[in-house]
Ligand binder design. Structure first.
Ligand SMILES: [Zn+2]
Length: 180
């Protein structure tokens, strides 16, 4: 799909989010913010994933996926990894903040979350049944023990409590610009 078509899809999804967002719960507000980051990521030539790390009411860092910008590090430029790097750059913390992400993390990002060991919870907008392995668990050969390993580190993970339309937009912003 051409970049202009991808941007058109991102603008459509932005319009749908604008129309949806009145009366959002606190958690819907967070996923909505992550979705706007994902929309911007597509507009800037990346993939449609956004992540936010938050402690209490304080947003610590945000990051989108910059994966298709022709950068040499594009293959690791996933939103979750970028957010963890920014969190580390900001310095050590006593608390263990939470990560809100529009899409269920892939195996690489889940591994990074485990190694960084700096957050306490992963709250996921939409599932990624093909390559993720935390909630979907469709890739048992890739990593059968992610869920167990996260639990061992006391890192919890769950689907965000959001209305179905918002969950669908989190899925759309990743899959639709890829023609999927
Ligand atoms: Zn990833």
């Amino acid at each position: 799909m051409k970049p202009l078509q991808q941007q058109e899809i991102a603008r459509q999804i932005e319009g749908q989010l604008n129309a949806l967002e009145s009366g959002f719960s606190e958690e819907e507000v967070m996923i909505g913010k992550a979705l706007r980051i994902a929309i911007n990521a597509v507009l800037e030539g990346g993939h449609g994933v956004g992540a936010i790390i938050k402690s209490g009411s304080e947003t610590l860092v945000t990051a989108g996926n910059t994966g298709s910008n022709g950068r040499p590090d594009a293959f690791i430029a996933h939103a979750e990894i970028s957010a963890l790097v920014k969190l580390n750059e900001a310095g050590l913390r006593d608390d263990r903040p939470k990560m809100f992400t529009t899409l269920e993390p892939c195996g690489m990002c889940t591994r990074a979350i485990l190694i960084a060991n700096s957050i306490s919870e992963i709250i996921v907008g939409a599932l990624e049944p093909r390559s993720a392995s935390i909630l979907s668990q469709r890739e048992p050969l890739l990593e059968p023990r992610f869920a167990e390993m996260l639990s061992d580190r006391e890192i919890s993970f769950r689907k965000a409590e959001v209305r179905p339309e918002l969950r669908q937009l989190c899925s759309d912003i990743f899959f639709r610009p890829r023609g999927q």
